[in-house]
Design a protein around this ligand. Structure first.
Ligand code: CP3
Length: 333
């Protein structure tokens, strides 16, 4: 059994597997090298040879306990026929959402648009480098995908005022997302994903009707993934009550963000926990890193805990600091 499954399924507390969100990305010079030659990000995600190389880059360098496929949560809107573009130093920009086209969309068209992702998983699943490691597939949660699809830009500076007004469009979109996200989960599992993570990066923007926007849509995906025999990790970034989220949604593991004081969760959350460290700590110094990493390791000493960050690793992170982080985690007793 893989180290992460030992935590997740056997509730082992004496090991701390480690992988990092966004481990396949811009902090790696070898990724930036490939990226420079491939200015179109969506095309890069649809290039299964290069995506395989990128997925394995952090494994080759750091021997993490899991590989997460190189892809993006916005491949789902792309598969549903919405234009998705990544502008340099700007982030994603989506085209207009045509809900009627999406309601008419044939499942097979969606699957064939995303087929390179499934081939990527097929190619990786028997790779010797991933022996005794998990191969993580992922999706965006319905809420976060809804936000990008309707807002068309990152909601970094808030959501446009009209966002909450079209209730009909919101419920239609959430419903159709449930269908296509499930197809994407099933296809990833059939192609070799051994774990699924659901990223709800903008969960913290919801301050009322949490059941409708977060709990219910995510529970539907969690139950579906479990029914396929694969464990599921949720990352509802920025929510104020992780305990309630776990009670409602019942994932196999919960990834916490860095605004949560880890010791406040002990004795409350009964399921395995992942993550938490502020990625900015990796930009400081070794001494500080040691202090902060040990805080998490000590708090979760007797709790099944997978080491990860409280959000994606930052592009400006130095490679030496990642080596140091791994050493601290692996040497901890
Ligand atoms: O974790 C991994 O290494 C696997 C690959 C992965 C990417 N995106 C590659 C990527 C994963 C798991 C994601 C998830 C993702 N994508 C999320 C959820 C996690 C989070 O960070 O909150 C979100 C919100 C997105 C949407 C997205 N993709 C944005 C907002 C951006 C631009 C800003 C940014 O953070 O880079 C991306 C681009 C993106 N996705 C890059 C990578 C490596 C950078 C592309 C580049 O400019 O070179």
């Amino acid at each position: 059994m893989t180290p992460i499954k030992e935590c997740l399924i056997n509730n082992k507390t004496d090991i701390n597997p480690i992988w990092l969100m966004r481990q396949a990305g811009r902090y790696l010079p070898e990724f930036r090298e490939i990226r420079k030659k491939n200015p179109n990000f969506i095309d890069l995600c649809l290039n299964e040879e290069l995506s395989e190389t990128i997925t394995l880059q952090p494994i080759d360098r750091f021997d993490f306990d899991a590989a997460i496929i190189f892809s993006d949560i916005l491949m789902i809107p792309y598969g549903m026929g919405q234009d998705v573009e990544f502008k340099k130093n700007f982030g994603p920009k989506l085209g207009n959402l045509n809900i009627n086209n999406i309601l008419d969309l044939d499942e097979n068209d969606f699957k064939s648009r995303l087929d390179p992702i499934y081939r990527l998983l097929e190619n990786l699943k028997n790779n010797k480098k991933l022996k005794n490691k998990d191969l993580i597939g992922f999706v965006g949660a319905p809420w976060t995908l809804l936000v990008y699809m309707l807002n068309k830009l990152s909601p970094k500076n808030g959501l446009s005022k009209v966002f909450f007004h079209d209730k009909d469009l919101i419920s239609k979109t959430l419903k159709i997302l449930d269908k296509f996200i499930k197809i994407h989960i099933r296809k990833q599992i059939e192609s070799g994903a051994t774990l699924i993570q659901i990223f709800d990066s903008w969960a913290g923007l919801v301050n009322k009707d949490l059941s409708k926007y977060l709990y219910e849509p995510t529970t539907s995906l969690v139950e579906y993934t479990k029914s396929l025999g694969v464990p599921v990790i949720c990352f509802p970034r920025g929510i104020s009550d992780y305990n309630k989220f776990c009670d409602e949604v019942r994932p196999n593991m919960i990834n916490i963000d860095y605004n949560i004081e880890p010791k406040d969760l002990l004795n409350k959350i009964k399921i395995p926990i992942q993550g938490g460290l502020d990625p900015k700590i990796l930009l400081t110094n070794r001494e500080n890193l040691n202090l902060e990493v040990n805080k998490y390791l000590r708090v979760f000493k007797d709790h099944p805990y997978v080491f990860n960050l409280g959000h994606g690793i930052l592009p400006e992170t130095k490679i030496e600091m990642v080596h140091e982080l791994i050493k601290i985690v692996r040497d901890f007793t």
